[in-house]
Design a protein around this ligand. Sequence first.
Ligand SMILES: C[S@@+](CC[C@H](N)C(=O)[O-])C[C@H]1O[C@@H](n2cnc3c(N)ncnc32)[C@H](O)[C@@H]1O
Length: 319
Amino acid sequence: MAASVGGALRAATQWLRASGSRSPRLDAELLLATALGVGRTELFRTPERVLTGAEERRFDGYLMRRQAREPVAYIRGRRAFRALELEVTPAVLIPRPETETLVDVALEALAAVPAGAGGAATPGFGPERAPGPGGAAAPGLFEPVALDVGTGSGCIALALAAENPFVRVLATDVSEAALEVARRNAARLGLGGRVDIRLGDLLADLPARMRFDVIVSNPPYIPAAEYRALEPNVRDYEPRLALDGGEDGLAVLRRLIPAAAARLRPGGVLAVEVGAGQAAAVRALFAAAGAFRPAEARADLAGIPRVVFARLSAGDGGG
Ligand SMILES: C[S@@+](CC[C@H](N)C(=O)[O-])C[C@H]1O[C@@H](n2cnc3c(N)ncnc32)[C@H](O)[C@@H]1O
């Protein structure tokens, strides 16, 4: 007999639990909603609805993939991040909740940029002004400029643009495959007018005179030994380039921090995400760059110091 929504959910939850999922009910709900092409809440409104044969086959296919430890976000092709629904593919890291703390810090830094200091006069900044809700502020309005290094799906850059109607964001990544996903996300969310997405190795490929009010990055920061020990659903599916931070996890940050210091406007802020236990070492990297005020750390919702950030010292930057 064909299964109802309620029956399919119960059976799938049991099966996923037995397969080792840590969130079997949630996984089952998300995958069934995707198989039916509806929102998750719709499942609770129609528990008696009977699945068609095609829907059952689709749902079974998703469950098999999940049993093989493929992340739910890749199976669905989507992931929520702050107020945004983003496309994700195996070319990009699945945005994590802790990265929302980095967005909070960056939004606060953008809100504190003195009016008139913004990017209307930024030489070489790419995006054309475009009207409409996701488009640029009208010419002449205050427009701070942010840079997101290692944008992946574009989650940080797009959240900044969605939540600050004035900011213009340049987003870079060394992975062209990731940038294709980020560009599709920007276009679908109507934010392409204020988010410019470009290929580049950290800050090395930016036009020489380009400067920013805020630079953010969630770089690869997992130490090599920890990378090898990651759970299969992460290690076997998410891009190594997005995760592997070299021997001590800080290889990318060691290059990024001094390079970013040279690209900030006077009083600009650099904010980076770090791994559990790395905040002190990363604050020391900020100090070693010799261009920042003492770096601060911000904890994520789990209480782990997750974001290290600092303002450029007076007299530095802008050059
Ligand atoms: C931890 S992921 C972060 C992705 C996204 N910003 C997020 O928070 O979900 C790191 C990203 O940095 C990119 N990346 C790695 N090395 C890079 C480099 N040298 N220059 C630019 N991007 C780099 C990776 O391709 C990946 O997209």
